[in-house]
Write a protein that binds this ligand. Structure first.
Ligand SMILES: [Zn+2]
Ligand SMILES: [Zn+2]
Length: 308
């Protein structure tokens, strides 16, 4: 047991050193921030469309500084709207918007993450800033990330540190060694298409941490409870879309993301292993239908593959 923990700890230390080295280099995480300045006004979407709010983030940027594409995509807007220059880039189902910007790209042009798309114009903040927005359909999302995904190099490193510490602590506390224990039922029966740990993000095209596994399943496939338990929460957020958490015995919890619509169970409801709780979808930050399954032990994320 102790040897196992030491081995895992040394692997985590090596991974951590690589991660820090990558972040310090400045390319691994940070190449897709449109301007390098700090956030001067955060994301504060209104509860209703007609109410005031802030549908993006403002990043400090002197007038004339270069603006870069946050992710690869195709320019859909590059024009002056109501007196301010606006650039919009389509990335699959998501769109990023940059304003006020004097565009150096044209509509229809393909851009890669980090490509210069224009320069900051005056008008949004007194001291100069870029308003950076993210939309999915009519919904405004936080362009600097929800609970699972972030653009900031600093926060990605902090998340990496936290997950590594949590994994080490979970191993030390419970010794969840071995894999494929079968404690949990695979909720959709599909193979793992993206494992737990660092991965190349499909939307933002950069390395990030993935606190669960993605299971292949077509849209509308029934999602089954992985074990007997009680529904802890049913919610919706911009990164996970329709999200469900089921608490099981032994401090274990399973997290289901991106369902097609609201789950068929409610908070406090008892569920049986194999019971259908919802349908596979692609809500939240997702590029196509799949189930993201997360597993926590006493609140710490662990690799679900060990339990399936
Ligand atoms: Zn703004
Ligand atoms: Zn996932």
């Amino acid at each position: 047991m102790l040897r196992g923990v030491l081995r895992v700890t040394s692997v985590l230390v090596v991974a951590w050193v690589l991660l820090v080295a990558g972040a310090a280099e400045g390319r691994a995480f940070g190449s897709v921030r449109p301007v390098p300045g700090p956030v001067v006004r955060g994301f504060d979407p209104p509860a209703q469309d007609w109410l005031p709010g802030h549908r993006g983030v403002d990043l400090a940027a002197p007038v004339g500084s270069r603006v870069r594409a946050a992710a690869s995509g195709r320019v859909s807007v590059a024009q002056v709207i109501a007196g301010r220059g606006v650039v919009t880039i389509v990335h699959g189902e998501l769109r990023t918007t940059y304003e006020p910007v004097r565009a150096s790209v044209r509509v229809g042009q393909r851009v890669d993450a980090g490509d210069v798309i224009g320069t900051v114009e005056a008008g949004h903040c007194a001291a100069g800033c870029l308003h950076f927005g993210l939309k999915r359909g009519d919904e405004y999302l936080d362009p600097l990330g929800g609970s699972d995904v972030r653009l900031l190099p600093g926060s990605a490193v902090a998340l990496a540190r936290r997950l590594a510490a949590e994994r080490a602590a979970a191993l030390a506390a419970g010794g969840f060694e071995g894999s494929g224990s079968g404690v949990l039922l695979n909720p959709v029966g599909g193979p793992i298409t993206s494992p737990f740990g660092r991965r190349f993000h499909p939307i933002f095209h950069e390395w990030r941490l993935h606190a669960g596994v993605d299971l292949r399943a077509s849209c509308g496939t029934p999602i089954r409870a992985a074990a007997d338990g009680v529904v802890r929460s049913v919610s919706y957020d911009s990164s996970g879309g329709h999200r469900l958490v089921i608490a099981h015995a032994g401090g274990l919890a399973t997290h289901y993301l991106h369902a097609l619509r609201r789950y068929q169970v409610r908070k406090g409801q008892r569920v049986k292993r194999g019971q259908v709780v919802g349908l596979v979808g692609s809500t939240g930050w997702s590029t196509g239908c799949h189930l993201h399954l997360g597993v926590t032990v006493n609140g710490r994320h662990v690799d679900p593959a060990r339990y399936l």
